[in-house]
Design a protein around this ligand. Structure first.
Ligand code: NAP
Length: 250
């Protein structure tokens, strides 16, 4: 069995990845706040196993409660390959420092950074002794390397996520059955996240006009295309702990 655990698959990039993974002998477990009914219908049609775990990843106790719920669905002894894709994320709050509430910042870091770290820890622990191929993917952003006005939370959480990938990859080199971990920066995609970005006030996000132009001039890639590039990457040799950018693949 080829098993994938993925966060944030109710829409956007996560949904596009799941659609391409729906095949016989594939088990997909996805976590988000809302279920995607179309995916449920497609899974039946494609003879794949699709399981939904309702979870608000910006809430630490919800994440902890989801871990046993995820792993009780997986027969680790039957796994040929097991993958965790930490995809769910938010760009909110888009506000310069001095304007955000503590609760907004805490929810942001919990969703974008702590949830991937907690899920990765559970994954590494539960799969420690199995010989199956084990992969963790952290969905990053170009914002990890570029300070952007109004995106201080997002730039920081994605930079933290990339460093987590690097340190986790380094540690795994010592393991007998290592997990391979990578970050993947998907570039700008035509998803709800971009709609949210375009609707921000210029005083909160100084580059809003540039992002409106990306949309108007058709510069946003489709989530389907990005998902297929990521899945191609995962089917080839991967350097443990590396941050990959879609721009180097296409
Ligand atoms: P999206 O369209 O906004 O979808 C976000 C997904 O995350 C949804 O399935 C959503 O599900 C889930 N999610 C959001 N908050 C959640 C929460 N509190 N708990 C559980 N799940 C939650 O985003 P996207 O554009 O597909 O982005 C996917 C990844 O790519 C993110 O990590 C993002 O940072 C990164 N990225 C995106 C772009 C871009 O241009 N779109 C560029 C660079 C990087 P529910 O609402 O059902 O919970």
């Amino acid at each position: 069995m080829n098993t994938t655990i993925i966060t944030g698959a109710s829409r956007g990039l996560g949904e596009a990845i799941v659609k391409q993974l729906l095949k016989p002998n594939h088990q997909i477990i996805y976590l988000s706040r809302s279920e995607n009914k179309e995916l449920r219908r497609l899974a039946v049609e494609k003879d794949a196993v699709l399981q939904f775990v309702a979870c608000d990843l910006s809430n630490a106790p919800h994440v902890e409660a989801a871990i046993p719920e995820i792993f009780e669905k997986i027969d680790l002894n039957a796994a040929e390959r097991i993958t965790l894709i930490n995809n769910a994320g938010t760009v909110d709050p888009m506000k310069p420092v001095g304007k955000a509430e503590a609760a907004e910042l805490e929810a942001h870091v919990q969703l974008n950074l702590i949830a991937p770290m907690v899920l990765s820890n559970a994954f590494a622990d539960k799969t420690k002794n199995i010989e199956a191929e084990k992969v963790v993917v952290n969905i990053s952003s170009g914002a990890a390397n570029n300070p952007i006005y109004g995106w201080n939370a997002y730039c920081s959480s994605k930079a933290g996520l990339d460093m987590f990938t690097k340190a986790f990859g380094l540690e795994q080199k010592q393991e007998q059955h290592p997990v391979t971990v990578l970050s993947f920066s998907p570039g700008i995609m035509d998803t709800d996240m971009q709609g949210n970005i375009r609707n921000t006030l210029p005083e909160d996000f100084a580059e809003v006009a540039r992002f409106q132009e990306y949309h108007e001039s058709g510069k946003l890639r489709s989530a389907e295309f990005v998902a297929s590039e990521l899945l191609k990457l995962l089917n080839g040799p991967i350097e443990n702990g590396r941050v990959y950018d879609i721009k180097e693949l296409i």
